[in-house]
Ligand binder design. Sequence first.
Ligand SMILES: [Fe+2]
Ligand SMILES: [Fe+2]
Length: 327
Amino acid sequence: MLAPMKPLAIPSAFTTTFTLEYGVTEADMRRLYENAKRDQWNASRDIPWSDAPSPDGRVIADELIDVYGSPLWERLPEADRVTLNRRIAAWRLSVLMHGEQGALLACSQMVDIVQGADQKFFQATQVVDEARHNEVLSRYLTDRLDGLTYPMPANERDLFDSILSESRWYLKTIALQLVAETFAVALFKMMSESAADPVLETICKRILQDESRHMGFGMLALPRVVNEASASERRELEDYTCFALEKTLTGFFPLEAYQDAGFSPRQIDDVKRYRRETAASNDYAPFRKYFKRDMHGSMVANLARLGLLTDRVRPRLEKLGVTLPAS
Ligand SMILES: [Fe+2]
Ligand SMILES: [Fe+2]
């Protein structure tokens, strides 16, 4: 039995805008709100919880395990491979589940901070969406993975500490709806296409429907902020974008999952080395290659559309291994 995790306390202060005009002023934003109401789903009713799990107990494709294909993997007995598959899945889903709670809290703050009824109404729908994602992943871990849950990695904690203590909505939006959700969309897409458990596949597909709206909020709300920013404000937007990218794209090694699966410190070092070599040569299974291309492609396209793919941002993206089109 895992020890219960202590709640985090993150101080925050922001100004709440009480909007006294409730008519439509941003038609596209109002449409996004209408879509959100139309496309609500219910984790109790719309997920086939009683469907049989995969016969061998696998949850995700083995190719998603970093050590897959290495000499160490080749020597692992089948039972250990299944154990590792379940532990790694629980670790990755825990990261996502904590991210859903962080998103829920950030969006509830944004309901207060954003101006105008259209934006507030939409953010209110994102609050309920993120609560549902938090709920559905928690139920999945309880129902299908024996309640295995892992703590939040340091980089995720840093990212949400910053998002939740930041008083300006547009910086929250850059980190959450632009950077973190672009990454999450590519990840949920890859997991839905490669899941070994049909219940996980359905959950990922359902979450994806909501995430495209959330990214839509960023793409609708941010252009005005970027266009109207002074030179120094623009530098701040760029720096915050890079901070969010660095926290989202690095530092996610499922150490505790390997430890729990019985890997020694030396074996874990081997896994890390194999992981670095595979990343450097991009020698992944086809769907992992596609994930990387998809995620980098949409990240770059969205940053470019918002005017944030500047000469200050490009080298920092390249340092993170993101391939850029020629400027
Ligand atoms: Fe979410
Ligand atoms: Fe989301």
